[in-house]
Write a protein that binds this ligand. Sequence first.
Ligand code: 6R9
Length: 638
Amino acid sequence: MPTDHPRIRTTEEYQYAYRRSVENPEQYWADVAEPFTWRRKWDNVLTADLVEGHNKWFEGAKLNITENCLDRHLSTRGNKLALIWEPNDPKTRQIRYTYRELHQEVCKFANVLHNNGVEKGDRVCLYMPMIPQLAIATLACARIGAVHSVIFAGFSANAIADRVNDAQATVVITADGLERGAKQIPVKRVVDEALEHCPSVRGVIVVEHLGWPVHMKDGRDVWYHDEVQEVEKTCPAEEMDAEDMLFILYTSGSTGKPKGVVHTTAGYMVWADYTFRNVFQVEENDVYWCSADIGWVTGHTYLLYGPLLSGATTLMFEGVPTYPSPGRYWEVIDKHGVNVFYTSPTAIRSLMAHDINHVLAYSLDSLRVLGSVGEPINEEAWHWYHTHIGKGRCPIVDTWWQTETGGIMISAMANITPSVPARAGLPLPGVQPVLLNQEGQEVEGNDVEGYLAIKAPWPGIIRTTYGDHERAKQTYFGVYPGYYFTGDGARREPDGLYRIQGRVDDVINVSGHRFGTAEIENAINQNNTVVESAVVGYPHDVKGQGIYAYVICRDGACDDEISRKHVEASIIETIVAEIGRIAKPDKIQFVEGLPKTRSGKIMRRILRKVAEGDTSNLGDTTTLLDPEIVEKIVEGRK
Ligand code: 6R9
């Protein structure tokens, strides 16, 4: 896109940029950061610390990210479309905002936040449908220096309460209701339930979306449409330090409760813009569509911040790929002339299963670049996407990254670096991946595998976990001191491209969403008939991984089919209440015991193999406390 920012356009330019970013990172990133709008430039480009995890970028600089997303474009792109909104029901009205209109909407929402007592540094939680006001409210928080914490509107009231309390949020923004396909969720009611346990919350701002009746609590709840009547159409942006917190986003780890990943202002901004521009190679008049929900990191960086920072037109879709028919994505692409489309392997796999005529009904002529994110894309899905959606002419960028990395780390850059099935590809400039063996030594050369770690900080690196830096340190920097540890395993193929093999910790990736096994086990164990449980992931045709739960009941509680059914239903109920519908196990097997070592550790390796159905080769089970239990588990396999 002919923006004020240069973009890498050839393989040689990539190689040159990569070399510079490694040899002289400070100069490289200072050059990249130069064209943004700064109120004051930095004193210091980088303070690197991969041991304690205190990494800082552009220290001393002053800025506001929304001035870079919006104000900066007004003189050249004021009348260009910034945001196109496609509703759940294709028969209802789509909404479009130019950069000038979006700027005004964000300013108005920011003024409403101010009038409701939100100040710089306050935490605001958002629990909303995928409507324009979610994007607007998120940017409004950033405008006034409040820290946004978006909670995916599929999490339960308890999960909201945990996140609100952890962040000590003072205000929550929500809507009357949500529609996703044929499903309806009374989001305001879910928020009301959550807030019974959240003393820090003083105010709730409710956006009217579906016109559903809701209960408004006196002295706490206000309607957005009432509040916005009286406010100014402009709102000066708060001046932020480079390292001031921009947002918190909760994500599951291998232990206990989800943690609040913290990103700060300047580094995240530079990384979101840089990676968006270079990976997708969006041109000035393109329509770009990222199908992720803003409740996940992909929605933050590649629906909202990246495209707006680059001055692109970003499309936001409220619905699901299969509603009202499995041709909906393709219909949206033709309707809006989408040029660059970014989605998940799960969505692709779910659509592959339907009649190909749902695809053939659309031309898809506008498409130029396709993207994939969230989980490894299997070869079959890659080829289907490439052949039927990209018609063989669109490169697929398989983008590997994490909530903690802020933006894309390893990926093809469209038409510039190689795009090969089932390989994420080469690292972007600024990213120095290494593969470590068990002892934490770097494995050299190609055709090798190991734990994927990163050797030097990049601008979008996680700054801390909210309220608990020790946790960030232990999870990411303490595992192999001096490296950022990703939790993924990877191979460097003979051609030097990276293939991501999936998590090596106790995290399950279901449809691109992360869940800690401990988190699900904690929920299951709340059932008073349950003595103990163990949860593992197993290969699932559509979701990538499914959730398999092994459960031990109290004596006699699960002896017959009827009581088992009963306990199963109540286990699912607790998981839905504790986490949300998205964490429902696919299979629950009642067992008498779990395979444990003599020191009492559950041998998850064995449970994974049984769940996969690979029971012929369970490895050495003689070190187990009770080797016979394995046979019984195999017999009872679901
Ligand atoms: C962006 C996002 C991160 C985990 C990550 C990895 C898996 C993401 C991937 C991929 C293979 C890809 N993952 N992209 N695995 N190929 N292209 O998904 O963030 O929700 O934090 O998940 O997802 O296992 O560690 P997040």
